[in-house]
Design a protein around this ligand. Structure first.
Ligand code: ZN
Length: 259
C-alpha cells in the first residue's frame, strides 16, 4: 500500500475519537507520517506528548493567528521552550487571518514574526495559516528572510489564487492542500492545485475540520487524507501512487524528517 502523509492535523481537537483511535484508522488507511499541530500552548504541549509517544507522529508548536492577542512574553517563551523538544519539526500554526477578527492585524503581525524568529532559532519549518491575507502574509515572510532554498515554509490549507501562487512558488514554499480542494464549489482552487510544481506539493486533512468530499458534514480524521491525494492526482494527471511518493519525499524535506 502506498504511504500517505497528513502534514496538518489536530489530534486533540477531535470531537469523538481519541488519539489512539484516530491513529489506528490512519494507519489502516496507509497514513505513515502525521504532523500534529498546536494552536496554543496547551495544544502544542499535547502535540509534543503525542509525537514523543508515537513513531509516526511529529509535532508543530505554535499560536494560531485568531489567538494572537494572547501572545504575551511568557506564552512566546513557552513556545520557544517547546520548540526545543525532541520530535518537534515546525513552529505553527501561525500566520494572518483577516476572515476572523478575534485578534487585531497588529497583534497577528507581531505574533507571526515572533514565531518565525523561534523557528529560525531552532532551525524548524514554519507552518503558515493564511486566510484572506495573502499579500500581507507573503510580505511578512519575505521581510523575515524566509525565501529561497533553505527556508522551509509550509502554507497550510493552501487557498491562494493564481497570482499569489506565482509568488509563493517563486519563493520555494510548500503548498499543503486540505479537503476543501475536493469540495464541489472549489474549481478555482483545483486550477491552482494543478499549477504547483511537484516538488512543492503536500497533503493534509486539517482534521477534525474540512472533511473531504464525499464525507463532508461528518468529522474529519487523518484517515481521509487519501481522498485529497486522489483529487490532486486527478487534476494533475498523475498516478496517485506516484504522487504519494512525491508528497512523502517533499514532507521529509519540508520538515527535515530523518530517513
Ligand atoms: Zn489547522
Amino acid at each position: 500500500m502506498r504511504a500517505l502523509v497528513d502534514t496538518h492535523c489536530h489530534l486533540g481537537h477531535h470531537f469523538d475519537l481519541g488519539v489512539e483511535d484516530q491513529l489506528a484508522r490512519a494507519r489502516a488507511a496507509g497514513v505513515r507520517v502525521l504532523v500534529d499541530v498546536g494552536t496554543d500552548v496547551a495544544s502544542s504541549r499535547a502535540a509534543v506528548v503525542n509525537a514523543q509517544a508515537q513513531p509516526d507522529v511529529w509535532a508543530a508548536v505554535g499560536l494560531h493567528p485568531n489567538d494572537a492577542g494572547t501572545a504575551s512574553e511568557s506564552v512566546l517563551a513557552e513556545l520557544d521552550a517547546l520548540a526545543g523538544e525532541p520530535r518537534v519539526v515546525a513552529v505553527g500554526e501561525t500566520g494572518l487571518d483577516r476572515y476572523r477578527d478575534t485578534a487585531t492585524p497588529a497583534e497577528q503581525d507581531r505574533a507571526f514574526r515572533a514565531q518565525i524568529a523561534i523557528a529560525r532559532r531552532h532551525d524548524l519549518a514554519v507552518v503558515v495559516h493564511c486566510r484572506d491575507a495573502w499579500d500581507a502574509c507573503v510580505r511578512v515572510l519575505e521581510e523575515e528572510g524566509m525565501s529561497g532554498p533553505d527556508a522551509r515554509v509550509v502554507l497550510h490549507c493552501y487557498s491562494g489564487d493564481v497570482a499569489t501562487t506565482v509568488r509563493t512558488v517563486a519563493n520555494g514554499w510548500f503548498h499543503s492542500f486540505a479537503g476543501n480542494v475536493t469540495f464541489t464549489n472549489a474549481a478555482p482552487l483545483r486550477e491552482v492545485a494543478a499549477l504547483v510544481p511537484d516538488e512543492l506539493l503536500l497533503t493534509e486533512t486539517d482534521a477534525p475540520y474540512l472533511t473531504p468530499h464525499p464525507h463532508r458534514g461528518s468529522t474529519n480524521d487523518p484517515s481521509f487524507v487519501g481522498l485529497t491525494l486522489a483529487l490532486l492526482a486527478d487534476v494533475r494527471g498523475a498516478h496517485p501512487d506516484d504522487l504519494a511518493d512525491i508528497v512523502l519525499a517533499n514532507t521529509r524535506r519540508a520538515f527535515a524528517l530523518p530517513g
